[in-house]
Design a protein around this ligand. Structure first.
Ligand code: RP5
Length: 181
């Protein structure tokens, strides 16, 4: 199927394609074809009331934009970067090398290798420059990890994470109840 390339999510910004003037989390991806995979991260951050921005930053097609983005993120108030990319997915590691902010990489299943190429590219960052890595296409977990990082200094988020976990528990228990009926 044709990837979902709808750009609504990019269109809410005063200085497009960013979507918040005071983002704590920056979601970047190598291509608009990554958007369907990265959208759940935006949904999680919205649910938790965390301001974020979302944009396309390609490590190889827009190398200078990537450098500038990574260098300026901290002074703009960003606290966590979520970076998704497919194929030879160097974006998260390259961004991590140009900032000391925590970077969470999302391996995007974008190629003939089922996303294993992206996973290995991100998780195998050489010693010295860490890049947290979530499962293939799991931008939900990337956003939840970003919320956990922010919750270290925002007690409101800690409570919200506890509620979220209880919600997951309730969902499973409700299913157990149905099976046993
Ligand atoms: C990577 O190449 C992107 O992150 C994307 O996952 C993949 C394919 O990009 P497009 O050819 O769809 O633009 O840089």
């Amino acid at each position: 199927a044709e990837p979902d390339r709808d750009a609504d999510i990019f269109e809410t910004s005063p200085h497009k394609p960013f979507s918040s003037n005071h983002p704590l989390v920056s979601i970047v991806m190598g291509s608009d074809s990554d958007l369907p995979v990265m959208k759940p991260a935006a949904q999680i951050l919205t649910k938790f009331g965390v301001e974020f921005e979302l944009s396309i930053v390609s490590a190889h097609r827009t190398a200078m934009r990537m450098e500038e983005f990574a260098h300026k993120a901290e002074e703009r108030g960003v606290r966590v970067i979520i970076a998704g990319a497919g194929g030879a997915a160097h974006l998260p590691g390259m961004v991590a090398s140009a900032t000391s902010l925590p970077v969470v990489g999302v391996p995007v299943k974008a190629s003939v290798l089922d996303g294993v190429d992206s996973l290995y590219s991100i998780v195998q960052m050489p010693r010295g420059i860490p890049c947290a890595t979530v499962g293939i296409n799991n931008s939900t977990n990337a956003a939840l990890l970003a919320v956990r990082i922010l919750s270290t200094y925002q007690p409101r988020l800690r409570r919200a994470l506890e509620d979220y976990a209880h919600g997951l528990e309730d969902e499973v228990l409700a299913k157990v109840g149905k099976i046993e009926e």
